[in-house]
Design a protein around this ligand. Structure first.
Ligand SMILES: [Zn+2]
Length: 305
């Protein structure tokens, strides 16, 4: 009798388990569940994150993945979750490692980005036929993944702020000025306290600062995002974590600005600063070759240009 009862309980538990939604591990080795129904994917450390967000009214995707190959992995995961097709793709930035795979989801997905994203994509060499041919030549799998490729300029471009409601979830989009690309967006889910920072911050990694990137503007963006008090922070690239990601980056830029300011006051040239300046706490950071470029950005800010 006792055995029968146990068996019944076991079978009931098995039934529940089979009916339960897929866990992050069922989706594949590179998926990480950060909250109920929110799964972050990146096949290789520091490649662009792509995040599946389930809602009662369909899936919202934050970025399409490093390459179309990754977009197909994400599309397969969406299918495994038993969800409807992706309804919205929100771009954190218009660079190819975030948007190349849009065509995998759209149509039917509507693509949303900050104002300037389409212009940036259309001007970029990254989407030229020659460049696409180089990408597809990397492997037979990549050639397959690029079949049917077409650039999908965002259907919706917002200015400054936008609120998107899908099912029970709210997405607040904030335009971030001069932090990385021509059209960077932070995405905040206030109920879940989940924040997507775009490439305004990295995780133990130096960013590449294009000539228009401003460290004071980036510090403003970081402080705006800290004030939201997020529980989960998902950068454009790198392992998701907590608000410590923002704090570490704020400390780094503060120290960098102070260091460059002090050396400029001592009359040192940009070349001398590049040779001499060290920022403690960054010894184990990746992308050291970008540090001189970070010094240039700080130097521009100190000199007021
Ligand atoms: Zn980028």
């Amino acid at each position: 009798m006792k055995t029968k009862f146990s068996l019944a309980v076991y079978l009931a538990a098995l039934g529940l388990w089979l009916a339960a939604p897929a866990s992050a591990q069922d989706l594949g080795p590179h998926f990480k569940q950060v909250k109920d129904g929110i799964y972050v994917y990146a096949a290789v450390l520091n490649e662009a994150n792509s995040t599946i967000i389930r809602t009662s009214d369909g899936v919202v995707l934050i970025d399409a993945g490093q390459s179309p190959k990754d977009s197909y992995v994400v599309a397969a995961a969406v299918k495994k979750l038993g969800s409807d097709p992706v309804r919205f793709v929100i771009h954190t930035e218009p660079h190819p490692d975030h948007v190349m795979g849009d065509f995998v989801f759209s149509p039917p997905a509507v693509v949303v980005a900050a104002s300037g994203a389409s212009a940036s994509m259309k001007q970029s060499e990254s989407f030229s036929p020659a460049r696409i041919e180089r990408e597809t030549a990397k492997s037979p799998e990549m050639r397959d993944a690029f079949k049917g490729f077409r650039l999908v300029p965002p259907h919706v471009e917002y200015r400054n702020r936008m609120t998107l409601t899908v099912g029970e979830r709210t997405f607040e989009l904030y335009y971030l000025k001069n932090v990385h690309s021509e059209a960077d967006t932070a995405i905040w889910l206030p109920k879940e306290r989940v924040l997507f920072t775009a490439a305004s911050v990295g995780v133990k990694r130096f960013g590449n600062h294009r000539p228009f990137v401003s460290i004071p503007d980036t510090l403003d963006a970081i402080r705006m995002m800290q004030a939201l008090k997020p529980e989960v922070v998902i950068p454009g690239h790198g392992v998701p974590g907590t608000a410590k990601i923002l704090d570490d980056m704020e400390n780094y830029y503060d120290a960098l600005m102070k260091g460059v300011t002090a050396m400029v006051k001592q009359g040192k040239s940009l070349d001398e600063i590049k040779k001499e300046l060290k920022v403690p706490g960054t010894e184990d950071w990746e992308g050291k070759d970008r540090f001189p470029n970070n010094i240039e950005a700080a130097y521009r800010a100190v000199k007021g240009n």
